[in-house]
Design a binder for this molecule. Sequence first.
Ligand SMILES: Nc1nc2c(ncn2[C@@H]2O[C@H](COP(=O)(O)OP(=O)(O)OP(=O)(O)O)[C@@H](O)[C@H]2O)c(=O)[nH]1
Length: 782
Amino acid sequence: MAKIRVHALAKELGISSSDLLKVLEKINIQAKSNLSSLDEEEVSKVKKAIKSEKQPTKSKSTQGKKTSAKDGQAKKTIDQPKKNKEKSSHHQNTSKKQRDLDDKTSGDGKKKESKKSPQKPHQQNEAKKNKPVDNKKQDKATSQAHKKAGNNGKPATGETNNVNDQRRKKRRPHKTGKTAREKQKQKEKELREKENTEIKIQAPISVKDFAEEIKTPVAQVITKLMGLGLMMTQNESLDEDLVILLGDELGKEITIEEPEEAESIEESYNLDYEDNPNFLKSRPPVVTVMGHVDHGKTSLLDVIKKSRVTEGEAGGITQHIGAYMVNVGNKKVTFLDTPGHEAFTAMRLRGAQSTDIAILVVAADDGVMPQTVEAINHARAANVPIIVAVTKIDKDTANPERVYQELSEYELIPEAWGGDTIMVPVSSKTKEGIQELLEMILLVAEMQELKANPNRKAVGTVVEAQLDKGKGPMATILVQKGTLRFGDSIVSGQAHGRIRAMLDDKHRNVKKAGPSTPVVVLGLNEVPNAGDQIYAVEDDKLAREIAEKNIAQNREEKLSASNKVSLDNLFDRIKEGELKDLNIIVKADVKGSVEAVCQSLLKLSNEEVKINIIHQGAGGINEGDINLASASNALVIGFNVRPNINALDLAKEEEVDVRTYRVIYDIINDVKAAVSGMLDPDIVEEVTGRAEVRQTFKLPGRIIVAGIYVVKGKMVRNGRVKILRDDIVIHEGDIASLKRFKDDAKEIATGFEGGLGIENFNDIKEGDVLECYILKEIKKEL
Ligand SMILES: Nc1nc2c(ncn2[C@@H]2O[C@H](COP(=O)(O)OP(=O)(O)OP(=O)(O)O)[C@@H](O)[C@H]2O)c(=O)[nH]1
């Protein structure tokens, strides 16, 4: 169970937060406020304490006891149908999904299942709505069930009990019955009142909207916030905790409403669904090699790749497609070729998600380094088992023991040391340990019992994608479920098409590819995004329809993120007007690099400079890119690509800055520098001096000028002043005029007198102190 806040638990227990806090104090659980969190153990202690507090009162009255027993029974009768309802609604969801697909693929008997428990849609909604069942709803349901039991001629078994309860109730002495009824009525009344006062709010919410929701003047809310030490305007936003806190302060019962999650396009088309376990078959493991720069990932992958060639397989030459399969004995292992650069972190994370086993490469002569730790975290976040390959053991400086020692700090302990992490010392140079590593992979895979249903429409991940001059968009796909076949209609994000050629990792034509197999497909109308899912669907029409929906959704998201102005976001947009935007167009050789460059660049955005990638794509820099850059005052960054001649000419003409790189670090460094140049420098006030106001003069136009005497430092014409009255700053403003006698002065030094006027301020008084200062800029480092 996750932690629960005091106020939420109080609500659950039907007591006030302050009462709960008292209970907590009594049982020595520290909780500062109703926003404090309690863990599972603490919650059960609280419940126990409350229960034991209630117990004696109940036992005093046998009548009370009876009522509660009855209530318990009534609850049971309600719980039963509810459970059934929920179960069948869930069942229906699954069966609907499966029915749709299984109708199209091999029959698996799901139709029968769905017929077994026909449910009306509203019942399904009902079950959804009632989850999780809270006391209030349960009470409501109880009274509904009572009604039902009374009117219905054929009640269900549970309901029969309910009827009996009612009969028993009727037989009881009149007085007791009345009290119980009255109690019930009172309860219902309280419930109704509670429902009326309870306000549902989705956080974050602006102060103004919050005030509207709770029907309280916004000024009152702002005052309350001030009371809490928070100076907020009506357009500023309140987070969940503040909403609850304000609710408590203002005596409003507020529940935080979770925003409803819209169904994704994948969900609405049922593109991916759980397979019936009976149809699952073993599949090869998918392995990713991770680790620090230069620790030997590429060499290890190469030596493994070559090992299969020397095994005498047909095809021979290994082409880079981003993934490949290796035979280990009579079994197969799929390797994802992950780039080792830090900037590819995003891709690696995705890689780990389509991965079953992570090989953590640690060089025996270098030990655990920052990216080693990062890789460990990624593998753990993706819940992927780690096998450590201690590389470069052929080197004189190799010290595997040190690596084991360092890894144990990250809870990776070798089996030899009593841990459970498989660690294999290897050398890509001498090939020592490589075979053992492959066998270990199979061993771990075996324990994982990796399975997939090969007899369904394929679902896979785009591992790499690029535009080939002659062949058009090419995508390397790792099939995860089902079998991808030549001629299949496919869709991935905005790209769709029909497979007109399918190649394996040795660039041989293949007709089909089952789970865990990497293949290159041709036939998509555009280059899909690396890391996106790809689906085989019924026909071209459906593939196009889904892609169009994705395009529309993307457009909508972009619009709502950038252009749409409403009263709600007006303030934000005005504020954004103060932001400096750095618009960038990113072009790179392959989609994976495009994504990596974009991710790194976006990370450079900060409060003052916003980086907008206004366009990105795989391929050379063309005239279209330059035109777009010119129109939107953008910089063009090319990674491993160059502009064509026309684009180069146009860029010169339009004065568009086009920069091309071969190393990602250089891009980041250059942009970082550009960004720091654009940063608003830190502004500090430098006090130049102080003066006393000895006299005031009225000038024509009701302007008041102060006759001053400089007591310290100097007053400077281009400075600003703080007007201090009894050491309190009553105003701050620019100096409008500074004079020595009748002449304008640049500055007036200590011990001299002069006249000083302040911009838009005439309330200057004798005895005021003027502190003069200038604003100084300090360049900020990123
Ligand atoms: N002696 C020895 N050198 C190795 C071994 N493995 C890799 N190297 C060398 O270490 C250097 C880096 O190896 P790579 O395979 O490029 O390392 P990487 O982790 O892929 O590097 P990045 O792609 O830059 O992250 C190269 O000079 C390799 O020749 C090994 O087992 N023994």
